[in-house]
Design a protein around this ligand. Structure first.
Ligand code: NDP
Ligand code: OXD
Length: 310
């Protein structure tokens, strides 16, 4: 049985082979474009952004494991076979997103972007800040990554509120659900962190209308997908001063094109899709756990649900 791999460049294959040799010794590990792969022997695929139509070529494919937590790079395939998909949920991926949430929320909470700008201009100036207990942070998306991030922010002392589709009760967090509650959720959010799934319903959710619902001086962090933010609307809100600053990790086009105004905007911090990037060993352990669980009784870890779209 073959485990087909497309994650990292082909040069990463030797490392994947070493990792899987211990974790899944019974599987033959082959690179995605290996011309000698016998299609009928492919049982598992571990992929990032497979070309449309490719997964349909393997008649005995049992399980796809997404190399990323998001699956938009897989499920856009019109010929996607009816095979379960496990979304990456290595504990290290969750931990890294929690760290990114803490780092960026604290960055905005303490207005560090202002000190960065002041340092460049050799300006020694105090900025008014407050303690976490008096700052409200709104987390959009309380899923595999959003909930642990929200809990960590709560534990640091922020006033945390969370918004999701179905809603859930979380101790110490004020929760909201559904579109109707968006104005109330945003109206009380000073630092917004987006960790939503990318679906047609959430596309463009951070736009002129929703940004206007945030209180003046709010900050925005997007670590989910570029599709969530209407960049021209965000830039307009930053330039008008309504939005204080933004941190963006994900973009419609990646790498972010050189001519993007985001690169040089003084109120924007750009990070190159690194919010949660577990190393290969951590991802390999998740792939092995997903395959073992599936083989044991058909369980699909962190399963993509086509009906929900995430
Ligand atoms: P999950 O699928 O576990 O959670 C998605 C969350 O979005 C859920 O809370 C869900 O609500 C909510 N949601 C979905 N649709 C709606 C809607 N219409 N209205 C309100 N809430 C909605 O995703 P993950 O936590 O695994 O990933 C979150 C995001 O992070 C994804 O976009 C993913 O691609 C991105 N990501 C980014 C990385 C990076 O390095 N920047 C790394 C990994 C992931 P409910 O709880 O009710 O189902
Ligand atoms: C993602 C990831 O889905 O990097 O963005 O895991």
């Amino acid at each position: 049985m073959i485990l087909l791999v497309k994650s990292g460049g082909e040069s990463s294959l030797p490392e994947w082979r070493v990792l899987f040799a211990t974790l899944l010794p019974e599987l033959e590990v082959r690179w995605w474009n290996d011309p000698e792969v016998r299609a009928e022997e492919v049982a598992y695929a571990f992929v990032w952004a497979p070309e449309p139509g490719r997964l349909a070529r393997y008649p005995n494919l049992r399980l796809v494991v997404s190399s990323g937590a998001g699956v938009d790079h897989i499920v856009g395939d019109p010929a996607l076979p009816c095979v379960p998909i496990a979304k990456m949920a290595a504990p290290e991926a969750v931990a890294r997103m929690r760290e990114y949430a803490l780092a960026t929320v604290l960055f905005h909470h303490r207005k560090l972007h202002r000190f960065v700008a002041n340092q460049r201009a050799r300006i020694w100036r105090e900025e008014e800040t407050t303690e976490a207990a008096r700052r409200s942070v709104g987390v959009m998306g309380l899923g595999t990554l959003g909930l642990p991030a929200a809990l960590a922010l709560r534990d640091v002392g922020f006033r945390v509120r969370g918004w999701s589709r179905t809603g859930r009760e979380v101790e110490g967090i004020e929760t909201f659900s559904g579109r109707d509650s968006l104005p109330a959720f945003l109206g009380g959010t000073e630092i917004l962190l987006c960790l939503l799934a990318a679906t047609p319903e959430t596309a463009g959710i951070i736009c002129a209308r929703s940004l206007a619902m945030l209180p003046a001086g709010a900050s925005v962090i997007n670590a989910a997908r570029g599709s969530h933010v209407v960049v021209t609307d965000l830039l307009a809100a930053l330039d008008s001063g309504h939005i204080e600053a933004a941190t963006l990790d994900v973009f419609d086009v990646e790498p972010l094109p050189e001519d993007s105004p985001l690169w040089t905007h003084p109120k924007v911090l750009v990070t190159p899709h690194v919010a949660s990037l577990p190393d290969r060993a951590a991802r390999a352990r998740f792939v092995a756990a997903a395959i073992r669980a599936f083989e044991a009784d058909g369980t699909v870890l962190n399963r993509y649900d086509p009906a929900r779209g995430y």
